[in-house]
Structures are given as structure tokens and as C-alpha cells.
Design a protein around this ligand. Structure first.
Ligand code: SAH
Length: 204
């Protein structure tokens, strides 16, 4: 079923062989809530705990491809959710730091990682708007919730040459890639419309 899902993603334009191999390997059904496992290899988003969603496989593959992960890269993920995107990044041999702001999901997914032997460098309960200054700079940063605006902290935590992939917008989001060209310069590319649950900022 995973091989078939990879074929569907190829038909939709995913070309990165490492990303496709990761899709073939990571058992998405184990990241789903009970009742939905049977649908795990459809190219669709599904509900998980705390009113959140496990992203659509095409979205996961599309964002992962844009990150250009190389083995050993330090990658920051905002929005751990089910942990599926985290597992894909680990399969790409990244050192993954992941942040989740919903306590219920943070606890559940952290426990699941331990049970399954997935080893992100850090799983953090907190507000991803602020990034993770103590571990910066990162080779890449992926935001898996819709951001009304681009958090400045995330841009500042990229290495020169590093990449931020972030869906920007409220009702609908435009997938946006920022590449840090120098300390001060960023190249911005917009890559089409997607729909995510919102990135929520902790105001306190
Ligand atoms: N990568 C996840 C996607 C989950 S949906 C997966 O593959 O399953 C997006 C997640 O972002 C939700 O779990 C939501 O709680 C979380 N989120 C929203 N705002 C956040 C913030 N400011 N900091 C960290 N996580 C946030």
C-alpha cells in the first residue's frame, strides 16, 4: 500500500527519490487515531487528537522535498502533531528538533516515539513561533501549520544557505520557501496553495 502511495505522489509531481523511499518505509497507519488506520495510505489528511490533523502525504512529501535534507542536517519542525512528518525527516537521516504547543499531543506523540524507537534529538512542548534559539542555527526549518505571518525568529535561526518552508495565510496558505542567501538577504519563492490547521501564537 505504501508503494502504491509513492506511485500516487510521483504522479502528482514528487521526484526526490529519498523522500519517496521514506514514504515507502514509514508506517503511516501507526501514526493515525484508531478508526482511521484503514485509510492511512490514501493521500488525505485525517483528524488526530486535540482537533488537529495528520498532514496529507502529498503535503508531507512536497514540504520534505523543498527542505533538501542531507544526512546529519539539523532540522527544526514546528507542529509535531502525530509525528509522521518527524518520522519522515528521521528516515532522511536528519537530526530533528520538533515543537508542539498542544500538551495532549506532545505527551501522546513523545510516548509513541519512545515506544517505536524513533529518536528525534528533542521533542519540545512550547511555542514554535519562537523557534529554538538554543539549538540554532538550523540547516532547515519546516512549519506544519498555517502561519498568518512569517515568524522573524525562524528566519533568524537559519544557517546561511538554510531553508525555511512555511505555509503562509489564514483561510488558505501559500507554501513559501525562504533561502538564506547571507546574514541579511533571503530569497523568497511561492509554491502554490494548501490548507493547514492554524499556527497559534502563545501571547504570554
Ligand atoms: N506534522 C504534523 C502536522 C500536525 S498539524 C503531522 O504530520 O501530523 C499542525 C500541528 O501544529 C498541530 O499539532 C498543532 O497543535 C501544532 N501547532 C500549532 N501552532 C503551534 C505553535 N505555535 N507551536 C508549535 N506547534 C504548533
Amino acid at each position: 500500500m505504501r508503494n502504491k502511495l509513492a506511485e500516487v505522489l510521483i504522479a502528482k509531481g514528487i521526484v526526490d527519490t529519498h523522500v519517496l523511499d521514506a514514504i515507502r518505509k514509514v508506517p503511516r497507519h501507526l501514526f493515525m487515531d484508531s478508526g482511521f488506520e484503514g485509510h492511512a495510505y490514501q493521500d488525505k489528511a485525517f483528524p488526530i487528537a486535540a482537533d488537529q490533523t495528520i498532514s496529507q502525504p502529498y503535503t508531507v512529501a512536497f514540504q520534505s522535498e523543498l527542505l533538501k535534507v542531507e544526512p546529519g542536517h539539523k532540522v527544526l519542525e514546528i507542529g509535531t502533531g502525530s509525528g509522521y512528518q518527524t518520522a519522515i525527516l528521521l528516515q532522511l537521516k536528519a537530526k530533528v528538533f520538533t515543537i508542539e504547543r498542544q500538551l495532549e499531543l506532545f505527551k501522546k506523540t513523545n510516548l509513541f516515539f519512545k515506544k517505536m524507537g524513533y529518536r528525534p534529538k528533542k521533542v519540545i512542548f512550547g511555542d514554535g513561533y519562537k523557534g529554538l534559539p538554543e539549538e540554532a542555527p538550523f540547516n532547515s526549518i519546516i512549519v506544519t501549520a498555517g502561519a498568518p505571518e512569517v515568524p522573524k525568529a525562524l528566519l533568524s535561526q537559519l544557517k546561511v544557505g538554510g531553508r525555511l518552508v512555511i505555509p503562509v495565510g489564514v483561510e488558505e496558505q501559500i507554501m513559501t520557501l525562504f533561502v538564506r542567501k547571507s546574514e541579511k538577504e533571503f530569497e523568497k519563492t511561492e509554491l502554490g496553495a494548501f490548507r493547514f490547521v492554524p499556527l497559534l501564537e502563545d501571547k504570554n
